[in-house]
Design a protein. Sequence first.
Length: 564
Amino acid sequence: MSTIPAFHEMTAQAPALEAVNAEMQAIGAEFDAAVDDEGRLAAVDRWARLERSISTWGALVHLHFNQDTRNPDYQKAREECDRISPALGNLANEFKRKLLRSPHRAALERRLGTQAFALWHCDERALRPETEAEEIRIAGLCAEYTELVASATFEFKGERLNLPALSKYFSDSERGTRYDAQKLRWQWVSAHRERLDRLFDELTALRDQAAHKLGCQDFVELGYLRMRRVDYGRREVEALRQQVVGEIVPLCSELVERQARALGIDKVMYWDGEIHDALGSPRPRGDHDALIGCAQEMFDELGHGLGDFFGMMRTKGLLDVKSREGKAMGGFCTAFPTYGVPFVFANFNGTKSDVEIFTHEMGHAFQAWSSREVRIPDYLWPTSESSEVHSMSLEFLTFPWMEKFFGDDADRFRHAHLASSLLFIPYGTAVDHFQHLVYENPQATAAQRFEMWREVERRYLPWRDYGDLPHAADGGLWQTQMHIYLHPFYYIDYVLALVCALQFFVRATSDREAAMRDYVALCTRGGAAPFLELVRAAGLASPFAPGTLGATVRKARARLDGAR
Ligand code: ZN
């Protein structure tokens, strides 16, 4: 551990395309000239080192930009990274293609695992030089979206606030304050509708164009390949949607009615959504430093190496969770594979979501740390539905320690978190279904897309009522859902992962140690297997198997009252 430098000492040289090209040619030649498996594997290891250093550079560049979106040097570095990343990906793909076509593939698969080859097969189809121009333009538009949203400032209650700071008031215990804060937010979105529409028009057209260039019928097909889904497809997701409509929507309608009773109101309006009882949203006690201190105690007690790991992240400066102007919104975990460490980014705003986002991102971070020794760079992170199992499960596995953050309000926190997790299932499914409609109908106008969103809301979120909030009431809520712009088709992954995380939650209530052991073992595997195999090995039922979704949600729901 002493060999890990502090974050501020971490550097990564921007790779020169020609130099990477020369190194890749040399690695290819070494592979071809090798006389046995050991020689071929040595070439694979040399490639893996190169990939790790490129991905460390990319992660640092993107993190710096997110830490200060207004810094011109960081902007420039990110633009350069976006400009050459597609070409770097294409060079890596050339080598992957060599491995896929190698007469020694069977022997390599035995040593490296079949999953890498399945993933590379997706990459071979989905990432090709023909669409480089589209990818560069898409990255530029995505950065424009990020900068636009980060630039939003609001005058509220005599303060100048960015969106994460304003969103603190979305869960205020005063109903009028919640409404006013939401109104301000949606006025801002409404004022930027033209730009948000234009960005999405362009993104949709470019993604559709890329799909056709690569021989896919639409961007849905290409999107699935880019998500590297190797053991399920459109049909399974479609069947899951049916289960959500049949089993989860009625149950969530009931939860929302119960929420109205708990709040003593006739109807849960959009601005009440985050409040689950009459006392309002529970808030963590103490400032940033106090919360980090509580987190250290919690991880120490949780065991299984989490305490030492978190201590390392603190001493090495691998956390940036304070909100400030110019910092990109949201929370994420990234990693620097050369150094073998992750980094957690968030925007604390004094609400319960600080704890939720923090435990979530720490789950990603713990997985990245646990599997840092994997041989193949493609195994450092699993595909995203598997990744989200690590993060969402930790949100629930840390439940017994919530007194440290919320004191007497810990039960109210657990109840609110569990209820909002269950309510997330239809929302997540709606976001995913919407994207299918968008990319199956790439010619749709902006107004038609608003109608599509209203259609999925009626199906999955029939209780939603935006009152007179501008924009949202017209079907524009999706324009604030970052993933729809930046990470197409990522959203169902949260639903799939949540069904797994809820299973860990239920198991932990009866046998905590067994659940923790399986959780840690799952993290240690990283991405060495596809989703359904990881799920099976962790002793969980597949979210696609008929009945799993309903049974899991019913069991979790039965603990809702206990959580209060
Ligand atoms: Zn996540």
